[in-house]
Design a protein around this ligand. Structure first.
Ligand code: ASP
Ligand code: MG
Length: 626
């Protein structure tokens, strides 16, 4: 006997027949001895239809009235589904978000959940009723009890939050696809269904999985340890489990707005190897990292920033004990990477930096909050810490700094992000190095940890994502001193522009006595032109060089918790691209993700090549619903 939250999406409740089919499925689960809370979306494309009506009246409708309007869609479904259950002889009751007490911030159209009242829900459950709750909506607590909505796709979030509040045994998300696939089946026909994926992997795959499962829902599942499964409404197939580490008793107050960052990590046991001025052409990264992996050198961060002229810099970090080996490989291969036309030039110089540390902030809460990276950079600037390299992923920002500044950086970040908990420090293998992860006491461990049920069996690459909706901005010759990144990303955050990948170049040049570096980052394509204009306006005043926008890019990423500590994964990805003659424009990594920026028209080909290289192809073909 379990308490299960079942969520049915718009297509699953798109007609009277489908609502009746849902009722049958719910009824069967009850008869098997379970208690059920059902969360539903609006029928079919109802929400889109309502949005259209509103825009026919006003080009810019009032957000409060929009919530009033859109929340009606789900209210239709809950009533009809309750009736359908009652027709089957199953006691059921429908409830709006307000009736349940799904209390949210007073932010219309994008409210986050603060907490969920469970008294009335529990009473009805104990009476043997199925409670049918309207997804996507809540009520603001402050004074006026306003109806709010959680943002498009928000009923997944409602379902998982209710499961967390009720401490349900698990939450099932029923949808029109069989589960989570290794990649987008519209682009790669051989995409394969996954049995399981961790919440961390799912969050890093946001651009792949967001349509199937709202990232905010994954964030809640991860924070509260809610077992989650994504399944098809049309079959009895098991679907994909989205797993998380054991919950550690996080408070259910401020459910969604707790903290954007829940760990500060550091590692002084790192050294940096940089190859400067390697030719900007297909195959270079593949050769370099191919050789490195043949020598069984495990690399951690890999960073390649935007090219300058026809050359690039590629930098990577390794643990100190294997630095000598990594350096030897890089030095041996450097001459071979030099361009044929200028064999004697100063190309492909190898640079080693021993005294570095990596400091990172991690947390699912940084998704969609543009100010988090900026706050990290500002904090480091205030502490007088200069950032040598930056690499970001969906849920992590890592900075390479001078080793002597590591402690100061960590201290400043802990206080800025209010992380006051126990430290899980370990000594580096090399003896001198220190590694640690300072986590908020009540938060689960996000990285692959011994607690994670999948960590031992995780494949190195779980899925491959392609994002065709980004643009790249590069700022040339930013003065290399504390505070510049903070200024830049602070400005973007102020303009509500979310930044995805951030890469600071390795190459440093001195102009008018000031050392300068380029910094490149990606944003949503729709923000590209605005960002360029805004940054160009301040460039002169802040002493920056040119601001360059490239809208014709694509980002391909591989994600897998099993790539940690396994050499050769990056090399395989780069090799797959090289074989297709695809030039890599930028590289950024986190522990469980490697992303490359390539030309937009090569995006799909890149995705297909990488998916095939990691043997993710399945035999079953998925029919993509229209
Ligand atoms: N009906 C809402 C939407 O279409 C919420 C949801 O279905 O998740 O965005
Ligand atoms: Mg949805």
């Amino acid at each position: 006997m379990a308490l299960i939250v079942q969520k049915f999406g718009g297509t699953s409740v798109g007609s009277v027949e489908r609502i009746q089919a849902v009722a049958e499925r719910v009824y069967k689960t009850v008869k098997a001895g379970n208690s059920i809370v059902v969360v539903v979306s609006a029928m079919g494309k109802t929400t889109d239809g309502l949005v259209k009506l509103a825009t026919e009246i006003s080009p810019n409708p009032n957000r409060r009235e929009m919530d009033m309007l859109l929340s009606t869609g789900e209210q239709v479904t809950i009533a009809l589904l309750s009736m359908a259950l009652q027709e089957l002889g199953q006691p059921a009751i429908s409830m709006t978000g307000a009736q349940v007490g799904i209390v949210t911030e007073a932010e219309h159209s994008r409210a986050r959940i603060l907490h969920i009242e469970t008294t009335r829900l529990n009473r009805h459950i104990n009476e043997g009723k199925v409670v049918v709750v309207a997804g996507f909506q809540g009520i603001s607590s402050a004074g006026e009890m306003e109806i709010t909505t959680l943002g498009r796709g928000g009923s997944d979030t409602s379902a998982v939050a209710i499961a967390a509040a009720l401490k349900a045994n698990f939450c099932e998300i029923y949808t029109d696809v069989p589960g989570i696939l290794t990649t987008d089946p519209r682009l790669v026909a051989e995409a394969q269904l996954m049995d399981a994926i961790t919440c961390d992997e799912m969050l890093e795959l946001a651009s792949l999985g967001a349509k199937v499962l709202h990232p905010r829902a994954v964030e809640i599942a991860r924070n509260y340890g809610v077992p989650l499964v994504v399944r098809s409404s049309w079959t009895d197939q098991p679907g994909t489990w989205v797993t998380s580490a054991k919950p550690q008793g996080r408070s259910l107050i401020n459910l969604e707005i707790a903290r954007p960052v829940d760990a500060v990590e550091f590692d002084t046991n790192q050294a940096k190897v940089a190859l400067l001025r390697v030719p900007d052409k297909p195959g270079v990264a593949a050769r370099l990292f191919g050789e490195i992996s043949r020598q069984k050198v495990d690399v951690d961060l890999i960073i390649q920033s935007v090219h300058e002229g026809n050359s690039n810099d590629i930098a990577f970090t390794v643990t100190t004990p294997i630095l000598k080996r990594a350096e030897a490989v890089a030095t041996a291969i450097a001459p071979a990477l030099r361009s044929q036309s200028h064999p004697k030039s100063d190309e492909a110089e190898v640079m080693i930096e021993n005294n570095i540390a990596k400091v990172s902030i991690a947390g699912a809460g940084m998704i969609g909050r543009p100010g988090v990276a900026a706050k990290m950079f500002a904090t480091l600037a205030e502490a007088g810490v200069n950032i040598q390299m930056i690499s970001t992923s969906e849920v992590k920002v890592s900075c390479v700094v001078d080793a002597s500044e590591c402690d100061r950086a960590v201290l400043a970040l802990r206080s800025a992000f209010e992380i006051e908990a126990g430290e899980e420090g370990t000594r580096g293998q090399g003896g001198q190095g220190r590694q640690g992860r300072i986590i908020e006491q009540t938060s689960p461990l996000s990285s692959p940890s011994p607690l994670s049920p999948l960590s031992s069996s995780s494949p190195p690459v779980r899925g491959v994502a392609l994002d065709l909706n980004q643009a790249r901005l590069a700022i040339r010759q930013l003065p290399d001193r504390p505070g510049m990144a903070a200024k830049l990303f602070g400005l973007l955050a102020q303009h509500n522009i979310s930044v995805d990948m951030i890469i600071q170049s390795q190459r440093c040049r001195v102009i008018n006595g000031v050392p300068r570096r380029d910094i490149a980052f990606t944003v949503s394509r729709i923000d590209g032109e605005n960002a360029r204009e805004m940054l160009t306006q301040v460039a002169a005043e802040l002493g920056w060089g040119e601001v360059v926008l490239d809208s014709a890019i694509a980002k391909v990423s591989i994600v897998g918790a099993g790539m940690v500590g396994q050499p050769g994964i990056a090399a395989k990805m780069f090799e797959a691209l090289a074989q297709q003659q695809i030039n890599i424009q930028m590289i950024a990594t986190s522990e469980i993700k490697i992303s490359c920026v390539v030309a937009q028209e090569q995006g799909v080909k890149a995705l297909q090549a990488i998916h095939a290289a990691f043997e993710l192809a399945g035999s079953e073909k998925f029919v993509v619903p229209a």
